[in-house]
Design a protein around this ligand. Sequence first.
Ligand code: UD1
Length: 417
Amino acid sequence: MSIWRVQGGYPLDGSLTIQGAKNAVLPILAAAILTGCETELTNVPALRDVEASLDILRHLGCGGSRSGDVVSVDSRGLTGWCIPRELTGRMRSSIVFLGAILGRCGQVRIAMPGGCELGPRPVDLHLAAMKALGADVRVEDGQIVCTADGLTGGPVHLELPSVGATENAMIAACAAKGRTVITNAAREPEIVELQGFLRVLGADIDGAGTPMITVRGFSPNAHVGWRIMPDRIVAATMLCACACAGGDVELRGLDPAHTGSVAEELAAMGARLETGIRRLRIRCEDRLRGGRTVITEPYPGFPTDAQPLMMAASLKAEGRTVFVENIFSDRYRQAAELSRLGASIRVTGRTAVVTGVDRLHGAAVTAEDLRGGASLIIAGLGAEGETVVSDTGHVARGYEGFDRALEALGANIEIID
Ligand code: UD1
């Protein structure tokens, strides 16, 4: 259990380089086992989910080690094709190993990842994609079992543009004979990143970033290097932290286009944003204005992961800010905790209405999930007095040195483990 002690009332000031993206590195670590090769990844954030992925790789018989921000994977000696519940239970996105293990071994057994703190997390689209590539798919005793005597390329239509199912389909299709066309694919920047990695791995693939991705074939490379893209959700977190606490912050090393929808909302609320090459500056000197409706949608729409963060940013904005959460059914768990700080939030189903208050005050609150936990911490920055956030490790799943990064910007924050 970590306790975050946040003394509010200090505006943020300074610059910050954005860490590598969690949601990009996880599918890339899985894809690294598609062929037996040595992979060197740089700019890899030190996060609990990355460590969980490395443990899965080692369990499968691969080499997996870290030195600073460099992670090396050697998948030549892969022997295993099963991931037990002890490992899938540590990381819901372990499902992204499905396509890679099936593609490499012709069989895979993964304990069902189960629901999570955001609501039920079905995997039907992942399974349908494996079936479309010719696999025999069964679910027995809480385990997903797929077998294929050689995958066959073909049409893979996703009923929803699921990020994880698109990634699994792309990775498995690389191991399939013939051409695969994935339609209604997710368009998130992490999908484009995965395509880039699969190309250096040897895949003939294009279309990522559009709803149609085509995989034509594969000629494997023995040694592969890749630099992980910056984390757009961490960037959004820092923008919302500045919006909540006030101040002047420059983010570096990011792709400003990836945080476009978040920056646009903040600009419409009165924050001043300046975009440069791989940098984004936010200045929040005056009280922000509400009056917006923030609707979460697949990329390039407003990201669901940034919804709790934007909610924190809107707590003191003048007027009402409405949120509509379209991606996950249970993603307002931060709302009740934020109310303990004096926020006014009414949640009805998929809608939440925040009425801006003049002041927030410190309180004891509990992090219920990763981004919800971050939203409590940044709300604490904008509250008067001390906020104490109890966290069972959610925040460390997605942020590397979050306390140090905020402290470097002038926040008064301390973690007690
Ligand atoms: C990824 C991100 C997560 C983000 C989410 C949506 C990673 C590691 N995680 O999660 O941070 O919040 O995208 O942007 O990249 N669905 C089904 N059946 C399926 C799969 C998904 O119904 O088989 C539904 C989900 O319940 C959800 C929606 O599709 O309602 C989107 O989920 P999806 O895009 O798959 O999210 P993840 O890939 O799990």
